[in-house]
Design a protein around this ligand. Structure first.
Ligand SMILES: [Zn+2]
Length: 75
């Protein structure tokens, strides 16, 4: 009976260590890798709306929120 209790406790400790390792890895991500976590916001030149750079359309070093605004259509 004691053995089963020992295995259960060992399993719980093992799980806690796994969770702690994952938490520690999230807290201190490795410095390697160029992926940026922070999203860069850019402004649409036509309507002045702020959109994430990843979703913005770029043309001649200017950013636009949509294809319509990129093409210069106001309405
Ligand atoms: Zn726009």
């Amino acid at each position: 009976m004691g053995l089963i209790r020992f295995i259960i406790i060992a399993l719980i400790i093992y799980l806690l260590i796994l969770i702690f390792k994952r938490w520690a890895a999230n807290k201190n991500p490795p410095s390697s890798g160029s992926q940026e976590n922070s999203t860069v916001m850019v402004q649409c030149k036509t309507c002045k709306l702020h959109v994430p750079e990843t979703e913005a359309l770029k043309k001649n070093d200017e950013y636009y929120c949509s294809q319509e605004h990129l093409e210069g259509k106001q309405d």
